[in-house]
Design a binder for this molecule. Structure first.
Ligand code: ZN
Length: 111
């Protein structure tokens, strides 16, 4: 009884985790191909087209998985979120850099 409760549970195998693993292992192979569209590698070497439906439509992937949300959709969603965060960071750095140059200009002129 005690041994059973201490036993390691089987690792969960859900689409969410498989999507995370797909992103982790193959994020450098995901390509942004257009507005809300991504090309995501499949496990068996193929590539699937994912549409994240920015304009309010239905998200889609052309893989054989009939689930509403497949692992390619999840990987593409993570890819998009990370890309947006990176773009925001870079924008912030550019803005901060300009602001600091602006603040230092009067000081530099006074020297
Ligand atoms: Zn898919």
């Amino acid at each position: 009884m005690i041994e059973q409760s201490l036993a390691q549970p089987a690792p969960p195998s859900t689409r969410e985790l498989r999507g995370l693993a797909l992103y982790r292992d193959h994020h450098d192979e995901i390509k942004h191909t257009g507005h809300g569209r991504y090309e995501v590698p499949g496990c068996s070497g193929g590539r699937y087209e994912v549409n994240l439906a920015i304009a309010g439509g239905t998200e889609s992937c052309n893989c054989p998985d009939r689930a509403p949300v497949c692992k390619h959709l999840i990987a593409a969603t993570i890819f998009r979120a990370k890309s947006r965060a990176k773009a925001r960071r870079e924008q912030h750095q550019r803005t901060a850099s300009r602001a600091s140059r602006g603040n230092l200009a009067p000081l530099a002129a006074a020297l």
